[in-house]
Design a protein around this ligand. Structure first.
Ligand code: SF4
Length: 329
């Protein structure tokens, strides 16, 4: 069996060659939809990796596989050196699920509207830490305080509809913290919130990372927020990681034509903008995808080889990887 990285600086979560295909169409000859192909990365304690891509790029599928809501078609996932997809006892799987928590895009949808905040936090605390009575109540209040919902006793008694979207997302974060996770998968956690409160939620996530040694996989379509929270940015297109690099490096020296396109569309005046690229619009063909680079139909720098061969990933500078024929030998 393949060995995971070990040692003091070993990743807490390591993903290797993840692929996910869905059968679509039914009948005698169902077609294959490629959601992910050859996705690999490592996440260390206190690190934030921002996974950026447009709708349908596969970024949420990565999160669902890591949360064990989906099974991959190929690949391996190691948590603290242990292959969590290989057959393992249910108890080990439960431990993984408590250590890797997910925060969803829609905080209202992720909370039961009939139950008060106290109920949502009491369940994981009772199940994972066997807390009850005064001890349980004290932990609930301490979690609410940690996510900035004060006075905590007042918030503990609220129903989801009695709070704002930002407050509901803070409850969702508190619920994830209740089981003392090591990794949080944050799937577009601010995209449904008012612009005015997004920054507060991002700053809370960063504060909790420092206080609790958390690592985040932060999933977003917004490269501006990816830059704000991410130590590393990975750009996804059509199920592939097409570019990854330390955040500042990726923003200042983007190499993949798709990353250049994303940055050109950022309205933030502090982000350097390459000239508009004139890329064609359109979606990649994910069902029975043709040979070659998935971005070829839209790419302003397309070459003959791009429609014949899949580009391999190349390291063009320290920790800066690009999947594009412009950088292949
Ligand atoms: Fe463009 Fe070719 Fe690079 Fe794909 S491989 S991004 S088509 S230049």
């Amino acid at each position: 069996m393949t060995q995971a990285s070990v040692g003091a600086d070993a990743p807490i979560l390591e993903v290797r060659g993840l692929g996910k295909y869905f059968s679509v169409g039914g009948g005698f000859k169902p077609k294959r939809l490629r959601a992910l192909n050859d996705v690999s990365f490592s996440l260390r304690a206190r690190e934030v990796i921002a996974l950026v891509g447009e709708s349908g790029s596969g970024k949420s599928t990565v999160a669902k596989i890591l949360a064990r809501l989906e099974q991959p078609t190929t690949g391996q996932v190691f948590f603290q050196g242990r292959d969590i997809l290989a057959a393992e006892p249910r108890r080990a799987s439960l431990r993984y699920r408590s250590k890797v928590q997910m925060i969803f895009q829609d905080p209202f949808g992720s909370l039961n509207p009939l139950h008060r905040v106290r109920y949502h936090l009491a369940r994981p605390l009772a199940r994972h830490h066997r807390l009850a009575g005064a001890e349980l109540e004290a932990r609930i209040l301490s979690l609410l305080k940690a996510v900035g919902l004060t006075p905590p006793a007042e918030f503990a008694s609220k129903l989801p509809h009695q709070m704002s979207g930002g407050q509901r997302q803070r409850v969702a974060i508190a619920r994830a913290l209740a089981v003392e996770p090591a990794v949080i998968l944050a799937d577009e956690p601010i995209s449904m919130l008012d612009v005015s409160i997004r920054m507060g939620v991002l700053n809370l996530m960063l504060k909790l990372k420092e206080e609790r040694d958390l690592a985040y996989l932060y999933i977003t379509h917004d490269i501006g927020s990816a830059r704000y929270v991410g130590d590393t940015i990975m750009v996804m297109y059509a199920g592939h990681i097409v570019e990854s690099a330390p955040s500042d490096r990726l923003i200042e020296s983007p190499a993949h034509p798709y990353t250049e396109l994303l940055l050109a569309a950022v309205p933030d005046p502090t982000v350097s903008k390459p000239k508009p690229l004139g890329a064609k619009s359109g979606a990649p063909q994910l069902i029975d995808p043709p040979r070659g680079c998935a971005f070829a139909e839209r790419c302003p720098k397309v070459m003959a080889i791009c429609k014949k061969e899949d580009p391999a990933s190349a390291e063009i500078a320290a920790s800066h990887h690009v999947r594009c024929h412009l950088y292949n030998e």
